[in-house]
Design a protein around this ligand. Structure first.
Ligand code: BDR
Ligand code: CA
Length: 313
C-alpha cells in the first residue's frame, strides 16, 4: 500500500483533534505536517493544541507549522463558547515539548507542493481557509499541483451554525473560501448537511473511554466537554463531530455520498456573509466546481474512528 501524502490545515478544536488522531492512526496516510490557522481560538492556541494532539498520539516528530493569525479581510471571530477557553477544553493534556517549526505555514505549503510530484499531495482542511488561500495568492503555480482539497465547511439545506446562513469555517474567512472555491482545484466539501446526520452518542464516547489507552481517555474527556454545547443548542442526544468526516472520507469514501455542484461563497451581503450557495438542483449553467457530500453511514463512521483510535498509545 502506498500511503497518501496529506497536509492537515487545522484550528484545534476538539473535533479537529479527533480528526488529527484518526489521521495519525491510519497507515493509509503519510501526514507530511499540520498547519495551524486562527479559527476556533487564536493562532497561538491552535498551533499549541496541534502539538498537544501529536504528543498525545505519541508522534512528536510530526511537523507543526503556524500560519495566518487572522482572516484575509474581516476581523477575527473565534468559538470559545463551543470549544472552551483553550480550544481543547476537557482533558488535562500536558504543555507540548515538541517544537513548532520555524517556517511560516503558508511558505511550507507552497514549498511542499512545489517539491512533490504534481497531483500527489491532498490538502485536508478543518478550519477557515486562510492559509490555503494565502498560499494560492502567493504562488498560483501550486494550484494545479494539488491532488485534491477535502474540506469541512459550509451548509446549504441545513443552514448555518454561526449565523442563520453561514457555517463557522466559511463565515470566519469568506474571502479565503472564495479564493479556494474559484481556484480550479479539485474540491470535496463536507458541510453541515452531512455532519449533522452523524451525531455522537454518550455510549460511543464511553466506548472510547473503554479502549483502555490514554488516547481514548483524552478523546472521551474532550468530547464530553465539546458535545454539551451542541446538545444544549440542538436539543439532541449527541452533537455532530464535523472535522473527522474529511479524513474518514479519504479512508472509506463508500461511507459517504454526494454530488458535483457549483458552489459560490457569499462575500457581499452582511446578512448572508459566508453562505455556501450550492446549486444542488443544477438550476444555473455554472459548471460544477465541488463535490458536495450530504449523506453518511453514521455507524460505519463512528466505528472507523473508534477502531483507529484503539491503535494509538
Ligand atoms: C467547524 O467549526 C469549528 O468549530 C469546528 O472545529 C469545525 O471545523 C464546524 O462548523
Ligand atoms: Ca475545525
Amino acid at each position: 500500500m502506498t500511503a497518501r501524502p496529506i497536509i492537515i490545515d487545522t484550528d484545534p478544536g476538539q473535533d479537529d483533534a479527533i480528526a488529527i488522531l484518526l489521521a495519525l492512526a491510519s497507515p493509509e496516510f503519510e501526514v507530511l505536517g499540520l498547519t495551524a490557522v486562527a479559527g476556533n481560538v487564536p493562532l497561538t492556541l491552535t498551533e499549541k493544541n496541534a502539538r498537544k494532539v501529536c504528543e498525545l498520539a505519541g508522534r512528536p516528530e510530526v511537523k507543526v507549522f503556524a500560519g495566518c493569525a487572522r482572516p484575509l479581510v474581516r476581523a477575527q471571530v473565534t468559538a470559545e463558547a463551543v470549544h472552551g477557553k483553550t480550544g481543547l477544553d476537557g482533558p488535562d493534556l500536558p504543555e507540548p515539548t515538541m517544537p513548532l517549526q520555524a517556517q511560516h505555514a503558508v511558505d511550507w505549503i507552497v514549498d511542499s507542493l512545489r517539491g512533490a510530484p504534481a497531483g500527489s499531495i491532498t490538502l485536508c482542511t478543518l478550519g477557515p481557509l486562510t492559509n490555503i488561500a494565502a498560499a494560492m495568492i502567493k504562488a498560483p503555480d501550486i494550484v494545479p499541483r494539488i491532488a485534491e482539497i477535502v474540506l469541512m465547511g459550509g451548509g446549504f439545506f441545513e443552514g448555518g451554525n454561526t449565523t442563520p446562513a453561514a457555517e463557522f469555517n466559511i463565515y470566519v474567512d469568506p474571502h479565503a473560501a472564495h479564493v479556494v472555491f474559484t481556484s480550479g482545484a479539485k474540491l470535496t466539501m463536507h458541510p453541515l448537511d452531512v455532519t449533522h446526520k452523524a451525531l455522537m452518542t454518550p455510549a460511543w464516547i464511553d466506548s472510547l473511554r473503554a479502549l483502555g489507552n490514554r488516547t481514548g481517555a483524552a478523546a472521551a474527556a474532550m468530547l464530553d466537554f465539546y458535545e454539551r454545547f451542541d446538545m444544549e443548542k440542538y436539543g439532541a442526544e449527541g452533537g455532530p463531530l464535523h472535522d473527522p468526516c474529511v479524513l474518514a472520507y479519504l479512508l472509506k469514501p463508500g461511507l459517504f455520498a454526494g454530488r458535483d455542484c457549483s458552489v459560490e461563497i457569499e462575500t457581499g451581503s452582511e446578512l448572508t456573509m459566508g453562505m455556501t450557495v450550492v446549486d444542488w438542483w443544477n438550476v444555473t449553467p455554472a459548471p460544477a466546481n465541488c463535490r458536495v457530500i450530504n449523506a453518511i453511514d453514521s455507524t460505519g463512521f463512528y466505528e472507523l474512528i473508534r477502531s483507529r483510535l484503539a491503535r494509538l498509545p
